[in-house]
Design a protein around this ligand. Structure first.
Ligand SMILES: C[S@@+](CC[C@H](N)C(=O)[O-])C[C@H]1O[C@@H](n2cnc3c(N)ncnc32)[C@H](O)[C@@H]1O
Length: 218
């Protein structure tokens, strides 16, 4: 829609919106209001924060985000704690489910995700253990991570964070080419499940786990 149409017919020389434009504007605000009124659900929609390719952001498809969210809920167990490391769309999907039987933190470099308040933890893989004091070692039942770059260095540093956070269980999503490095740093093995993104990526992506997972039964 266009809102910049002006009519200058008024003698006062004050630009006025035409009635047509005003109606469109009112409709727009009504829609916005409705979104807010519907419990702020939209806040957790994947894509509400747009991909920034400079930050290597490629969001999972709805189906993949849901599959991964269900997986970490099952693995974390009743009342479990889940850490989403550089996996904001899994965090969003978890919160969209409106379930009270787990807790979750989103570890992210992109401060736009600070809209999620206390659950947002600023994190830069270059400083893997530079985390707030309230984040105790091994305080998460499961960690899901998708490092921003397909390099050994990035995976090695991200692995330090993962190993600090987890009580044991790890679900890593990254390129198929990282298989050997993932086994070396985290002792994880490749699953049959193939994660999908909202856009087609040139690199083949896979999931890796260090426990018996349904993701290996596809
Ligand atoms: C390949 S994407 C993974 C996103 C995942 N596919 C999803 O849909 O949730 C990499 C993530 O790493 C984050 N990231 C970028 N630079 C980072 C940094 N320096 N430290 C930690 N995370 C970073 C990006 O913001 C992005 O969320």
């Amino acid at each position: 829609r266009q809102f910049c149409e002006m009519s200058n017919s008024n003698d006062d020389d004050i630009p006025q919106l035409s009635s047509h434009t005003l109606a469109a504007l009112q409709e727009f605000y009504a829609e916005q209001q409705q979104r807010t009124d519907s419990g702020g659900n939209d806040k957790y929609s994947i894509g509400i924060i747009e991909e920034n390719w400079q930050l290597s952001q490629f969001w999972y498809s709805q189906e993949t985000a849901l599959r991964l969210a269900e997986e970490v809920i099952a693995v974390a167990g009743e009342g479990g704690r889940i850490a989403c490391v550089s996996t904001p769309s899994v965090y969003q999907k978890l919160r969209e489910l409106h379930r009270e039987d787990f807790s979750v933190c989103i570890f992210e470099y992109d401060k736009r995700f600070a809209i999620y308040g206390e659950e947002f933890i600023f994190y830069d893989y270059n400083n893997p253990l530079d985390l707030p004091e309230k984040i105790a070692a091994h305080s998460f039942d499961v960690v899901i991570a998708d490092p921003p770059y397909l390099s050994e260095e990035c995976l090695r540093k991200t692995s330090e964070t993962i190993k600090y956070l987890t009580q044991g269980k790890i679900l890593l999503c990254t390129g198929a080419i990282m298989e050997a490095a993932a086994a070396k740093f985290l002792g994880v093995k490749m699953c049959k499940f193939i994660p999908k993104h909202t856009r087609n990526l040139a690199n083949e992506f896979r999931c890796y786990v260090n426990y018996n997972s349904g993701l290996d039964c596809e």
